[in-house]
Design a binder for this molecule. Structure first.
Ligand code: DAH
Length: 349
C-alpha cells in the first residue's frame, strides 16, 4: 500500500483518503493523552509521520495534477490537526468530557510585574547625564584588598577608617570595599588618559542601620583625568549635573577633606523636601549634601602608574540612595533597602 513512484491523481486521492480515514479513527478513538500523542506522531510526526510520504509524493506527481493533489494534501492535514486539537481538549477535561462550569466567585490571580528599583532608576538617570558628556561605565570588584581601598588612595597607614569599627573585613588584608573609589585606581592602571568614567556599585560599612545609614548602599564614582584638567572643569561639570538632574535647584560647594583629593569639596543642593526652609531630612539646614569631590591627589595618580606631572584629574563620589530620597521625597533611607514592595511599587517603573 505504498504510492507508486509517479502516482496519478487517482492514486494519490485514493491513498490519501484511506490514510486520512485511518488517522481520523486513530485520533478519535485514542483512549488517553498518551495514545493521542502516539497517533499524532504516527500521522503528523516530523520524522516518520504518514503524511510525509504524501508530502514527498507531491514532488513526483505529474505537473497538471499537482495543484489538485496539493489542495488534497492541505485539506487532509488540516482535518487531522483539528481532530487532534478537539480530541486533546476533550481528553484533557477528564473522563466523561465533562467541563465544570466556571466558578465566577473565585478570586482572580494577582499579576506581578517586575520593575526597576528606585535607586536603580536614579543611577540610570545619572549615568545618562554623564554619558552625554563622554563618560563611560566602569565596574570593579566588591571584595577588595586594603591597598586598592585605602593604600593607593593615599590613606595613611593605620587611618581610622580602616578600623574594624568601620570596615567589614573578609580576612586579613581583604575587605568589602567601603567606597567605589578603588575603581579609580583600577581604571587608571588599565587605561591611559584621557579617562572619563562613571563607576556605580554597592559598598559596605559597619554602620548602624538608621534613617540615614545602611550597612550596604550604592555609590557612584566619577573620574576625569587628562592633560590640563582643572578645578574649573570639576565645578562646571558637577554644576551642570545638578541643574540637569534637579532642575533649577541651587547648588553650592563647601571645602572638605578626603585623603585622595586635594583640594576637596562637597556639593550641596537646596533641599527639595522643604525648598530650603529647613526640615528633618536636611537637619534644618535647607541644604542636602549629595557628593564629595576634588582634584585627584598626585599620590593617587602615581600609585596607579600615571605621570602626575603630565596629567591632572578630578573625581567625585555620590550616594544615589540619598539622591533618590530627595527625588522621591523620602525621609528614611531604609525604605530603599527593606524590600517592602508596598513602598517600592509606588515608585518603581
Ligand atoms: N569615597 C568617598 C566616600 O565614600 C566619596 C568621594 C569623595 C569620592 C571625593 C571621590 C571624591 O571620588 O573625589 O565618602
Amino acid at each position: 500500500m505504498t504510492l507508486p513512484d509517479h502516482p496519478s491523481l487517482d492514486d494519490y486521492r485514493g491513498q490519501i483518503s484511506e490514510m486520512a480515514a485511518q488517522g481520523l479513527a486513530a485520533i478519535g478513538d485514542a483512549p488517553d493523552l498518551d495514545a493521542l500523542e502516539a497517533a499524532r506522531v504516527a500521522y503528523l510526526g516530523d520524522r516518520r509521520g504518514r503524511m510525509l510520504e504524501f508530502q514527498r509524493a507531491l514532488g513526483a506527481i505529474a505537473r497538471d495534477a499537482k495543484p489538485e493533489a496539493g489542495r488534497l494534501f492541505n485539506t487532509v492535514k488540516r482535518q487531522l490537526e483539528s481532530a487532534l486539537d478537539e480530541r486533546r481538549a476533550r481528553l484533557g477535561r477528564g473522563a466523561g468530557g465533562y467541563t465544570p462550569p466556571a466558578d465566577l466567585t473565585m478570586p482572580a490571580r494577582p499579576q506581578w510585574t517586575g520593575a526597576r528599583h528606585p535607586v536603580t532608576l536614579v543611577i540610570e538617570e545619572i549615568a545618562a547625564i554623564f554619558r552625554e558628556l563622554g563618560f563611560t561605565i566602569a565596574l570593579g570588584p566588591e571584595v577588595e584588598t586594603e591597598w586598592y581601598n585605602f593604600g593607593a588612595l593615599n590613606f595613611p597607614a593605620n587611618h581610622p577608617a580602616m578600623d574594624l569599627h568601620d570596615t567589614l573585613y573578609v580576612q586579613d588584608d581583604v575587605l568589602l570595599r567601603t567606597h567605589t573609589s578603588p575603581v579609580q585606581v583600577r581604571t587608571l592602571q588599565r587605561f591611559a588618559p584621557p579617562i572619563r568614567i562613571l563607576a556605580p556599585g554597592n559598598v559596605y560599612r559597619r554602620d548602624f542601620f538608621d534613617a540615614s545609614h545602611a550597612p550596604m548602599f550604592a555609590q557612584i564614582e566619577g573620574l576625569c583625568v587628562d592633560e590640563g584638567v582643572s578645578f574649573v572643569d570639576l565645578k562646571a561639570t558637577l554644576g551642570h549635573f545638578a541643574r540637569r538632574f534637579f532642575g533649577s535647584t541651587r547648588a553650592r560647594f563647601r571645602p572638605s577633606y578626603f585623603p585622595f583629593t586635594e583640594p576637596s569639596a562637597e556639593m550641596d543642593v537646596e533641599c527639595r523636601l522643604c525648598r530650603g526652609a529647613g526640615c528633618a531630612a536636611c537637619k534644618g539646614t535647607g541644604w542636602m549634601e549629595i557628593l564629595g569631590s576634588g582634584m585627584v591627589h598626585p599620590a593617587v595618580l602615581e600609585a596607579a602608574g600615571v605621570d602626575s606631572e603630565k596629567y591632572t584629574g578630578w573625581a567625585f563620589g555620590m550616594g544615589p540612595a540619598r539622591i533618590a530620597m530627595q527625588r522621591y521625597g523620602v525621609t528614611d533611607i531604609r525604605v530603599f533597602y527593606d524590600s517592602d514592595v508596598r513602598f517600592l511599587e509606588q515608585i518603581a517603573e
